[in-house]
Design a protein around this ligand. Structure first.
Ligand code: FES
Length: 333
């Protein structure tokens, strides 16, 4: 089971579950040792995957009454690694193990202007920030991107709360976000906070650099589970240790290697810290880099990968080049 060394673990009782959008369920928990959660915080939760205990991170959507109740919202993905299936099966009265809220995506108060940008379930990481900015009377825009309204959690509540500061971009309605227009229209005093799919965040990061905006003003949180290609089953080998194992669609390479007996290093498990880095010795297929740790140049070199989120795929290659499963041989530190 993965563990964050700075985490304070506790038990919590589920007191409310309800759907807030298609495939998104709100789960409210009363923790044993409540702590008020600041915007941008998340909790780690132990999920039981057929007897295997693993940890998943979920943004704290909101807390009530000094943290005595905290709300999460969990998206059940088509390619779930099991965590969202476990969370969606929770019922009122169930007890879970979770950490106190942990912060690695803080809101810096005092900027001249803000853009809060949410893609899909990424709204859970940023809606608390928008709420604080509204309370402070700050100059902000809340840009919320989704495929269709029924898949956008809290959309009506956010519209009521933020009025015309909320801009909904809904692909199914032909109003998809024009990233260039958004970023190109910002002045250098604007801070942008975003959370969403890797394609959206990558487009914003590249455009941000194209326009010469300061990188410290661009802040983001990843989920570490959305990639450029649909996840495929692939094979990973560590020749030095004589390990070879299959990484199924619903499991990360890190988890598969741990299950195969490898002693792995990791921390965030979201593609942010780089601790789980492995060296790529041989590759049949291509790497679907899903981290935000490496630069674009490092990702293109494909000499290393963050095995907590990144995968190997045949989707980029002509099928005759890589018939069957992709295979990667690696070395771990
Ligand atoms: S554990 Fe942090 S990038 Fe993989």
């Amino acid at each position: 089971m993965a563990a964050n060394s700075s985490a304070v673990w506790q038990k919590g009782r589920v007191v409310e579950v309800r759907d807030v959008a298609r495939d998104i369920r709100r789960i409210v928990i009363e923790p044993d040792a409540p702590v008020r959660a600041a915007p941008g915080t998340h909790v780690d939760v132990v999920v039981d995957l057929n007897g295997v205990r693993e940890v998943r991170s979920y943004s704290v959507v909101e807390t009530h009454d000094d943290g005595t109740r905290l709300a999460l919202s969990v998206f059940r993905t088509r390619t779930s690694r099991g965590g969202s299936v476990f969370m969606h099966a929770l019922a009122e009265g169930d007890v879970v193990e979770l950490t106190q809220p942990m912060q690695n995506f803080p809101l810096r108060v005092g900027a001249a202007r803000y853009v809060i940008l949410a893609g899909g379930i990424g709204v859970t990481a940023v809606l608390g920030m928008a709420r604080v900015l509204a309370k402070l009377g700050a100059d902000y825009r809340f840009v919320y991107v989704g495929r269709s309204r029924d898949a956008m959690a809290y959309l009506d509540e956010l519209a009521a709360e933020h009025g015309d500061r909320l801009e909904a971009h809904v692909s199914a309605e032909g109003s998809a976000l024009d990233v260039r227009a958004l970023v190109g229209g910002l002045d250098p005093d604007t801070e942008l906070y975003m959370c969403g799919p890797i394609r959206l965040m990558d487009a914003v990061r590249r455009t941000w650099q194209d326009f010469g905006l300061g990188l410290p003003s661009l802040r983001y949180e990843t989920f570490g589970n959305s990639g450029w290609f649909d996840p495929e089953e692939f094979v990973v080998r560590i020749p030095r240790l004589g390990i070879e194992t299959v990484v199924p669609q619903g499991r990360s390479m890190l988890e598969a290697l741990e299950a195969a007996g490898a002693d792995m290093m990791f921390d965030c498990r979201k593609g942010e810290c780089g601790l789980c880095e492995v060296e790529v010795l041989e590759l049949s297929g291509d790497i679907d880099h899903r981290d935000v740790f490496y630069s674009e140049r490092q990702q293109q070199a494909s000499a290393k990968m963050c095995c907590c989120v990144s995968r190997v795929t045949t989707a980029k290659s002509a099928p005759h080049r890589n018939p069957g499963r992709a295979v990667v041989s690696i070395e771990v530190s």
